[in-house]
Design a protein around this ligand. Structure first.
Ligand code: ZN
Ligand code: FE
Length: 275
């Protein structure tokens, strides 16, 4: 199977709660549960996850890892002292404790909470980065857990991949259904929007998202999950074909006739030095 093709899995039969457990400065450790059993994505720190599980009387049933960075795996060993559970993670990254390695295209079947996720290969931030896609929960809503690949109005830094690889990874994610709830691993939304507005200043959807996200943060709420529909309208890294983004890239690169990859690379490069 093509690594970027995403199989449609049967809908989850159970009502699920998906909650962003905050950790460190701006990480979210996403916990999915059915009121009894839980799965955690990228537990960089065990303590807030254990506290959340305890507060809701949940039993951990599985751990999902997107990539090798410490803020995504730091809590795994401690969680395994409390719960003897499978650990799914990237096949191409050396991560202790991963006993279910994936490189993209696999299906991850979890019994409780009952769900079937598809693994998507998304190199760029790191070489082996993977994402997990649930095509429908009990209400028909799709969910994506994408680690540090896609953020609201941003994308991960290219530590190990090329712009072309990251662009292909983002294209694969952008091709998922528009209603997909995007569970990113960091609350970077406001600073990403600040940069995005310099790239795409006349984007009305971006201005509206700026106001909405600002209000959510002022109220102490997460800006996430976002949706793919929203990101396609506002995220400069998903809009390398949009005239405003191309124009920005041409000014930044001081060249015209840029390829789509060159547009993406120029915007990513501008973000790397943006303060
Ligand atoms: Zn990372
Ligand atoms: Fe991270």
């Amino acid at each position: 199977m093509d690594a970027h093709a995403v199989a449609v899995s049967e809908p989850s039969a159970e009502t699920m709660t998906v909650f962003p457990v905050p950790a460190f400065q701006d990480n979210y450790l996403w916990v999915v549960d059915n009121g009894k059993d839980a799965v955690v994505v990228d537990p960089g720190d065990a303590m807030p996850v254990l506290a959340y599980l305890r507060s809701r009387g949940l039993t951990l049933r599985a751990i999902l890892i997107t990539h090798k960075h410490a803020d995504h795996i730091g809590g795994v060993a401690t969680l395994l002292e409390h719960f003897d559970v499978p650990v799914h993670g990237p096949a191409h990254e050396a991560i202790a404790c991963v006993d279910h390695p994936h490189s993209g295209g696999e299906t991850v079947r979890i019994e409780a909470p009952a769900m079937t996720l598809t693994v998507i290969d998304v190199p760029g931030h790191t070489a082996g980065h993977i994402a997990y896609f649930l095509s429908a929960d009990a209400t028909g809503t799709p969910h994506l857990f994408c680690g540090d690949t896609l953020f609201s109005c941003g994308c991960g830094r290219l530590f190990e991949g090329t712009p072309a690889q990251m662009l292909a990874s983002l294209d694969a994610l952008a091709a998922l259904p528009p209603a997909t709830l995007v569970h990113c691993a960091h609350e970077y939304t406001l600073s990403n929007i600040r940069f995005a507005l310099t790239v795409d200043p006349d984007n009305a959807a971006l201005a509206a998202w700026h106001d909405e996200a600002t209000a959510r943060r002022a109220a102490g709420r997460p800006t996430l999950p976002t949706t793919l529909a929203q990101e396609r309208l506002t995220n400069p890294f998903l809009r390398s074909d949009a005239p405003a983004i191309v124009a920005f890239a041409e000014r930044h690169a001081e060249r015209t006739q840029l390829s789509r990859e060159a547009v993406f690379a120029a915007v990513r490069g501008a973000k790397d030095t943006f303060r």
